[in-house]
Write a protein that binds this ligand. Structure first.
Ligand code: SAM
Length: 205
């Protein structure tokens, strides 16, 4: 599929990395039409779009909250959603220019099925605007509070850029310390590619 990059002004191909394909399959096992889900790092909107299609399938009135701190990211996401969703589905996605650490204030008591993070910087955008350990951990804590039983927190972390490995290790530490009675956590990576994206899954029982 071809998308228009508003900032760079040229069309680009989205080639999902293999971990993204695995993750999408996991989402499909968890997310149901009508669910409320959160994209904590909406970026160019590809994950937001996939999730919107899942929660709005069969004319269900699911809802996606999508957070990003960058105006460019929200503009790109809005453009992508306008292209691929009908007007009813489009109204089921709320784009928020807000740090994901604030997510609990936005969703309140709502029972959320999935919170997803794709850490790092905006592809094709400003590489200095990047997720960081402090707010990522605050957002994970908030996500664990709003998640309903049977729900999932998914994180894709990158270890190749400066600060990326520390952020990955902080996420791993967060997951490893969730109580065993309530959570099942796992980590996935391609063993013959040392810098491949890491996928961390936290399933609430
Ligand atoms: C790897 S990109 C996400 C890609 C996106 N999932 C997609 O499908 O295009 C990471 C995004 O996180 C955003 N970000 C950085 N710090 C953030 C924060 N504290 N809260 C929310 N988003 C943040 C960046 O602006 C960037 O757009």
């Amino acid at each position: 599929m071809c998308y228009w990059n508003l900032k760079l002004g040229f069309p680009f191909q989205r080639i999902p990395h293999a971990m993204g394909i695995v993750l999408c399959r996991v989402w499909r096992k968890v997310v149901r039409p009508g669910d409320i889900v959160i994209d904590a790092t909406c970026g160019n909107g590809h994950d937001t779009l996939e999730l919107a299609k899942m929660v709005c399938a069969d004319n269900a009135s699911g809802y996606v909250y999508a957070f990003d701190v960058q105006e460019d990211a929200l503009a790109n996401s809005s453009y992508l959603l306008d292209q691929h969703l009908d007007s009813v589905q489009r109204k089921r996605v709320k784009l928020l220019r807000l740090c994901h650490s604030q997510l609990e204030k936005i969703v309140g008591e709502t029972a959320v099925r999935l919170v997803t993070f794709n850490l790092g910087y905006l592809p094709g955008g400003d590489h200095t605007v990047i997720t960081n350990v402090d707010t990522t951990i605050q957002a994970l804590q908030a996500s664990s509070n709003v998640l309903q039983p049977g729900g999932l927190i998914s994180v894709i972390a990158y270890v190749g850029h400066s600060g990326g490995r520390e952020e990955f290790e902080a996420v791993m530490n967060f997951a490893a310390n969730l109580p065993t009675r309530e959570w099942i956590c796992s980590q996935h990576e391609w063993v013959n590619r040392p810098l491949s994206p890491r996928l961390i899954l936290m399933c609430k029982r």
